[in-house]
Each structure stands twice: as structure tokens, then as C-alpha cells.
Design a protein around this ligand. Structure first.
Ligand SMILES: Nc1ncnc2c1ncn2[C@@H]1O[C@H](COP(=O)(O)OP(=O)(O)O)[C@@H](O)[C@H]1O
Ligand SMILES: [Mg+2]
Length: 249
């Protein structure tokens, strides 16, 4: 039988987050409560996007029996890092559900739910089926093949998809969905100035250290041309457009 506190937790994910030791920021509360089927999080470094999504993962595993939660990222080191945050949240919960299976890349719950940290290589993840939740951390840096391999898995389960990242240039799946994707996405935009834990002094220091372009990318969510790219996006685009005259003759 569910106790009153468990009932309240399962009705309000913000209470669940507090039980994990996190007082969610307003946008974090929105993500937790609204549960959009498709969410894009374009957020500054250190804004708490990995942590909040880890809470969503844990909440799903606890409240949906036999659910499969998949964490993808450019590399397993990063998906494993999010799983570590899930484990941290779990360890802070009072009366947390038991974890009969707990390993570096996998959490297995007594209710049959599983959370897996995937490798970044798409070829190795085929065959997983019907996830309740798919997460792609640092999505702008992930291989587009990884996303293409994960998307069809959601077709049957009608599960939730959350892709989170800082920008990484004007290219790739995350950039395209953020700028040109349809409105089936709920978009969360969190520049550093919206994060109460990042001070003005720290940002001023980062601006000096990184220079304006990198700073704009990491903290102001600008999709800028990578500084070390041989050609800027505008030049590359013009090479694919017939109306533009050749730059070199
Ligand atoms: N709502 C919050 N309250 C307190 N600390 C938070 C909150 N959200 C995130 N943090 C902390 O901020 C730091 C950065 O969070 P993280 O999720 O790693 O950020 P990101 O993935 O956006 O770079 C971590 O130490 C995390 O525990
Ligand atoms: Mg992160």
C-alpha cells in the first residue's frame, strides 16, 4: 500500500526532487511537472540540465513499473556521469526503492524498471525496445546516428524524449531541431544569467578567459561558427547554393 507521502511524491515530481535533495529552479519545475513528450533543453554550462534530467529518469523508473530508461550521450563516460547523478539522487531519498542491480552502467529497480547508460556508438544499441524515456545528454555533440538509432524505439512505446545540450555550432540534429524543428517540441532556454548559482563575477572572469565567441556559446547559448573551423557556415552554405557566385575563380 502506498503511504500518503509516496502518493504526494508520485503526484508532484517537484516534491520528488526535494526528496532527492534538490530544490528545483522555476524552469526545472516546469520540466518536471509538465512532462512534455518531446523536450529540447538548450542551457548554459552548469545550469543544472543533467541533474534535472537525472531526476526525471529516477522518477520515471520509480513510478512506472517495468519501465526502461535509456541515457545516451556522445560517449559512455558522459552517459555514465548522468547515471551517477541518478544514483546520487537515489541515495539521498528516504525510503528509496531497492536496487537489486546496481552497476556502473545500469540501475535495476525492484519494480522491474531499468536505467541504462549507453555507449556513444549507435551500432551497439540496436535491439533495445519500448523505452518509457530516452535522454540524450550533450546532444549537440552526439553523433547524429545515435539519435537516428534511438528515435524509432519511441514509436511503439510513445515514450518521452529529452535532448539537452549547450550549443555546438550551426550544424547537426540538435541545432536543426532547436531552430527549425516543428512545435511538437517543448523548448527550454536557460542562459547563465537565469541560473541563480552562477555569479556575475564568475561570468565576467569566463568572458575574459574564453573570449566573446566561446563565451557566447557556453553561457549565452549562441550557435556560433566554430572558431577553428576552416570555413564559416555562411561560406560553406554559399558553396551549396547556385545563385551565389564562386568565391574563388
Ligand atoms: N536546483 C538546483 N539546486 C541546487 N543545485 C543544483 C540545482 N541544479 C543543479 N545544481 C547543481 O549545479 C551543478 C551543475 O549541475 P549540472 O546538472 O551538472 O549542470 P549542467 O549539466 O547544466 O552543466 C551541480 O553541482 C548540481 O548539483
Ligand atoms: Mg551536464
Amino acid at each position: 500500500m502506498l503511504m500518503a507521502r509516496d502518493m504526494a511524491r508520485s503526484l508532484d515530481p517537484v516534491l520528488f526532487a526535494r526528496d532527492c535533495g534538490i530544490e528545483p529552479d522555476p524552469w526545472q519545475q516546469d520540466l518536471l511537472r509538465d512532462r512534455p513528450r518531446k523536450a529540447l533543453l538548450c542551457c548554459s554550462r552548469q545550469s543544472g540540465k543533467t541533474t534535472t534530467t537525472a531526476v526525471v529518469a529516477l522518477e520515471t523508473a520509480c513510478h512506472v513499473p517495468n519501465s526502461l530508461v535509456l541515457i545516451g550521450a556522445p560517449a559512455q563516460r558522459q552517459s555514465g556521469e548522468m547515471l551517477r547523478k541518478v544514483r546520487e539522487c537515489h541515495s539521498r531519498m528516504d525510503g528509496a526503492p531497492e536496487l537489486p542491480g546496481d552497476s556502473v552502467l545500469k540501475l535495476e529497480f525492484a519494480n522491474g524498471s531499468r536505467i541504462l547508460a549507453l555507449p556513444g556508438d549507435a551500432k551497439t544499441i540496436r535491439g533495445l525496445s519500448a523505452p518509457a524515456l530516452v535522454i540524450v545528454d550533450e546532444a549537440a555533440f552526439a553523433d547524429d546516428d545515435l539519435i537516428q538509432a534511438l528515435r524509432p524505439m519511441l514509436a511503439v512505446s510513445n515514450g518521452q524524449l529529452i535532448a539537452l545540450s549547450t550549443p555546438n555550432g550551426k550544424r547537426g540534429w540538435f541545432y536543426e531541431q532547436w531552430h527549425s524543428g516543428d512545435d511538437s517540441w517543448r523548448r527550454f532556454r536557460v542562459p547563465a544569467t537565469d541560473c541563480p548559482r552562477i555569479s556575475k563575477e564568475f561570468l565576467a572572469e569566463q568572458l575574459r578567459e574564453l573570449g566573446p565567441t566561446r563565451y557566447a556559446q557556453e553561457y549565452e547559448l549562441a550557435f556560433v561558427d566554430t572558431e577553428d573551423a576552416a570555413f564559416s557556415t555562411a561560406i560553406i552554405d554559399s558553396m551549396f547554393t547556385n545563385e551565389v557566385l564562386p568565391l574563388w575563380t
